[in-house]
Structures are given as structure tokens and as C-alpha cells.
Design a protein around this ligand. Sequence first.
Ligand code: HEM
Length: 231
Amino acid sequence: MASIVSAVMSSVGRKILMSLTGLVMFGFVIGHMVGNLQLLTGGGDVFNRYAHFLIGLGGLLILAELVLLMSLLVHIWTAVNIVRGKRAARPVSYGKSGSAGAPSRKTFASSTMIYTGVLILVFLVIHIKSFKYGPAEAEGYVTTVDGVEMRDLHRLVIETFQQPEWVIGYAIAMIALGIHLSHAFWSAFQSLGLYHHRYTPIVYNVGRLLAFVIALGFFVIPIWIYYFGAA
Ligand code: HEM
């Protein structure tokens, strides 16, 4: 038991934990982005039916939420530990920073991970408070689809994105998300020891492309709703 704990606490162990939890959240954001695009393609009933279906999963949804929450907490804990470890090892920072060449790939994204991470965390707290725990049936956000009464989440999202301050806030958060993910995917494979001179450049480019698609997918939703309304 003690050896398992010390393996997890080692710097390699923490990096592995950070990668695995990051990949879990990466999977979630892809699913969440695809589901949310129904706001632009499906219409109110389709989106509300989808949200109601997820809530109807009951225990399974709670389990998924717990896995996500644990992943987020472990990810934050490892990030704080790694940053602290780096600061302790190098109390005076080098004046200059730049790429150390492959396979290092030091980029703007890699050197701002902690800042984009904090921004995403702040976004997440506000996002979950305003949508998941925002006004529901009791506050009049209720609709009936196929004879079933359910929460009108669609109305809440549309009303939120009719306010420019929310649209700007989301746009900034989505840019931070894109920058964070553009380094995260490749870095996770690297930390898991999955380096291959031929495949690593492919993983790197696929990661950057996925990050761009995810951030863009989320980014267009508030902007589209603000200018053109929802489907
Ligand atoms: C335009 C962008 C987005 C929209 C329209 C959106 C919409 C929503 C809505 C409506 C909910 C409430 C679902 C419910 O209560 O059933 C929700 C929950 C959530 N969102 Fe988003 N979201 C967006 C971006 C994001 C991003 C970028 C992330 C992560 C970085 C994220 C993470 C979450 C999480 C973790 C939950 C709680 C899930 C749960 O506990 O079941 N969202 N989102």
C-alpha cells in the first residue's frame, strides 16, 4: 500500500494521473460540445428532450458526474503540485523562454497551461452555477415535450446568450480552452510514455486540430445565438 501511495506521489505518478484525468475530461468536452450543437441545429424541443434524457439516466449520470468531479479535483491537485515542484527546483526563473526543439515543443500554450487552466476553472464554476443550478421548473422554466413536462433549459441558454457580457465571457473562456487543449492532448500521451518518432508528430497535430474544433464548436454557440437566435 505504502509503495502504491509513493508511486502515485512521485513526479512521474503525478504526471500520469494528470494525463489520465485530463483525457477523461477531454472525452467529456467532445460529447458536451456535440450535444450542445443541437442548440443550433435541433430547436428547443430537441435540446430539452436531450437534456431531459440525460437527467433521466439517474444513477448512471450521477456516476459520470462523480468521475468528472474526481478527475477535475485530481487534475487541479496534480497541477498545483507540479507547478510548486518546478518553482522549488528553479526559484529564479530564466529570463528567456522559447522552444527547446522537438520533442520538447515549448509553445505559448505549454507555458501558459496554469493560467488557461485557472481561467477554465473560474468559467466552470460560473457555468455550472448558472446552467445546471440555474432557474428551473420552480422558477417557471418549464416546458412540455411529447406530453412530458420538463425543465426548459433551452430558454435559459437562449436568454443567457442574448446578453453581450455573457457572450464575451464565453468567447474568452473558449479561447482559453482551445489554447489549453492544444497542448494538453499531445502532452498527455507524452507523459504516459507513449512516444514514437513517427506517430508522436501525428498525435501532436491531431491534438491541435481537435482542440481547435472543440473550442470553435463551443465558441460559435453563444455568438450564433446572440446574432441569429437559436434553431
Ligand atoms: C457554449 C458553450 C456551452 C453551453 C451552451 C453549455 C451548456 C450547458 C448546459 C445547458 C448545462 C446544464 C445541463 C443540465 O443541467 O442538465 C451544462 C452543464 C455542464 N457543462 Fe456546459 N456548456 C458549454 C460549455 C462548456 C464547457 C466549455 C465546459 C467544460 C470546459 C462545460 C462543462 C460543463 C459541465 C461539467 C456541466 C455539468 C454537467 C453535469 O453535472 O451533468 N460546458 N452545460
